[in-house]
Design a protein around this ligand. Structure first.
Ligand code: HEM
Length: 180
């Protein structure tokens, strides 16, 4: 996973629980990178999962909640670091299409080693949109959080749920976004 995700995860944890807690995680996680993350680097996905597992143990929160909270928080950070043109999309549904058709494509051009999720749009009306989230990383809860962070940014109220989820025994993850 790209370094920006790790650098932002570090900032997120320090903002919530402080620098000492981050150092405590690094001491215990025994990561190959030793947590010396830079935005230009790439790191083993497993390092992120190890850090999340430790947080889950230490803070008594679920992995789902931790991933959701990070996704919601990190949207504005990705947005600020986004390629030009991203800032033209003002509506959640329009933005989600743009993530698939434009934003992640631009990200991939700039970082050929990035592994981006694929969204297959299944249905859409004025108030409802559903899409199949596909990624070997299975970060659907993180994705839910990103959608919520996006809606905060566009100042729209949405409910985000999953009608199918691989973590719940289904064959795929389907995110449902409803404007309220
Ligand atoms: C300004 C907008 C955005 C930018 C610049 C951006 C960029 C990125 C980058 C750099 C990564 C890391 C890829 C890697 O490490 O290989 C990533 C991952 C991801 N992005 Fe985006 N993103 C944006 C918006 C969104 C939105 C709104 C969603 C949600 C619908 C989303 C869903 C994801 C997910 C779920 C991942 C995790 C990787 C995975 O699932 O395999 N992104 N994005």
């Amino acid at each position: 996973m790209k370094g920006i995700v790790f650098v932002k995860f570090n900032e997120f944890v320090e903002e919530l629980w402080g620098e000492e807690f981050w150092d405590e995680l690094l001491d215990e996680a025994e990561l190959t990178s030793e947590g010396a993350y830079t935005t230009v680097g790439s790191y083993d996905d497993q390092e992120l999962f190890s850090l999340i597992t430790l947080i889950v143990e230490k803070k008594s929160i679920s992995s789902k909640d931790a991933q959701f909270a990070f996704g919601k928080w990190v949207f504005k950070e990705l947005y600020n670091a986004a390629p030009p043109g991203v800032h033209d999309f003002k509506d959640v549904f329009e933005f989600l299409h743009a993530v698939q058709d434009f934003i992640h494509i631009e990200v991939k051009k700039l970082n050929p080693d990035a592994l981006l999720p694929e969204f297959e749009f299944l249905s859409e009306s004025a108030t409802q949109l559903s899409f199949h989230y596909q990624s070997p990383r299975k970060l659907c809860y993180f994705c839910e959080g990103l959608v919520r962070g996006l809606a905060e940014h566009t100042e729209q109220k949405v409910i985000v749920t999953q009608s199918e989820c691989e973590h719940e025994g289904d064959k795929r993850c389907v995110l449902e976004v409803e404007k309220i």
